[in-house]
Design a protein around this ligand. Structure first.
Ligand SMILES: [Zn+2]
Length: 304
């Protein structure tokens, strides 16, 4: 919705079109950035990325400069003025005006952030998408990250990641069910293996149609705040320095570089990052079995 359209609706005495938000819930390394980039390819959607950073920036010193992951400090949407002036209330309408789109994707993933947004946004309807990843792949992503970033060493042990994900995801689903929010559960593997089916489930809930071009997400210009380095590489073929503190493990680098522009692919890093014993330990874990049942995780065979 541009200012001009908004003014037109006001002068014509019509209601301004409603802002719809696709709120992505989950936890780090679940696949939320790739979902944001793919949804952003729809002509009526703006994939804004992890919008909670706008408020984090106001409240605390970020360890990096907040910029668009694709254009860095030269973005026509996320200008420094636009970032600095972002309001605490009605943030999504503010972003609608700048992007010209009526559906905003916020891939913040954090439940507390969206609970606050629900209070501070007038006239916004939320559809939540809970992004889950098979625990074997999610744990492997954490092992890889623990080798890349200081402070993540605890996640070299699969049981620590399992405990974390179990607690976070159950809290998300408990909230959505108790509060009767609109939501869909999206498994990352289904998104990349059968994007049409997976995306249609989300798009139909915001009255939009699936468009095949969405899958070729690297062909489109994107403007998002924060996000996974691998997914940003897929869209730009650059290891974006938006967060200079993040290093990229050589095995991850190789996986993304060898798949550039070949379409969506399943992240198979677990083959590099888990031992046979760890794989057995994950698949036999009671919390993993409970989680898989509750989130209807599609079973598959894994080999290392
Ligand atoms: Zn940009």
């Amino acid at each position: 919705m541009t200012n001009r359209i908004s003014a037109f609706f006001k002068t014509a005495g019509w209601k301004t079109p409603k802002v719809r938000v696709v709120g992505v819930l989950g936890h780090s390394l679940c696949g939320s950035t790739i979902l944001n980039l793919i949804l952003d390819c729809h002509p009526d959607i703006f994939g804004g990325g992890e919008l909670y950073y706008l408020m984090e920036k106001k409240e605390a010193e970020l360890p990096f400069e907040l910029v668009c992951t694709n254009c860095l400090s030269n973005c026509r949407i996320w200008t420094q003025d636009f970032i600095n002036l972002s309001p605490e209330r009605n943030l999504y309408s503010y972003i609608c005006n700048q992007s010209g789109k009526r559906v905003i994707v916020d891939s913040s993933k954090k439940l507390d952030w969206f609970r606050e947004r629900e209070k501070d946004e007038a006239g916004v309807s939320f559809l939540y998408v809970v992004v889950v990843k098979h625990p074997v792949r999610h744990v492997a992503s954490y092992v890889c990250r623990a080798m890349e970033v200081e402070g993540w060493e605890a996640y070299l042990k699969p049981e620590n990641t399992i405990d974390l994900l179990y607690e976070k995801y159950n809290a998300i689903l408990d909230y959505l069910e108790k509060k009767r929010r609109h939501f869909v559960i999206l498994q990352y593997e289904n998104l990349v293996r059968n994007p049409q089916e997976a995306l249609s489930r989300i798009l139909s809930r915001v009255s939009l149609d699936y468009i095949p071009e969405m899958e070729k997400y690297w062909r489109k210009e994107h403007h998002q705040l924060a996000g996974n380095m691998g997914a940003v590489y897929g869209a730009t073929e650059r290891w974006s320095p938006w967060n200079p503190k993040t290093k990229v493990h050589p095995a991850k680098r190789e996986q993304y570089e060898s798949n550039a522009q070949k379409g969506l692919f399943v992240d198979e890093k677990y083959k590099n990052f888990l031992t046979r014993d760890q794989l057995k330990q994950i698949l036999g874990n009671r919390k993993v079995r409970d989680f898989s049942r509750r989130f209807k995780i599609v079973d598959e065979d894994f080999e290392v």
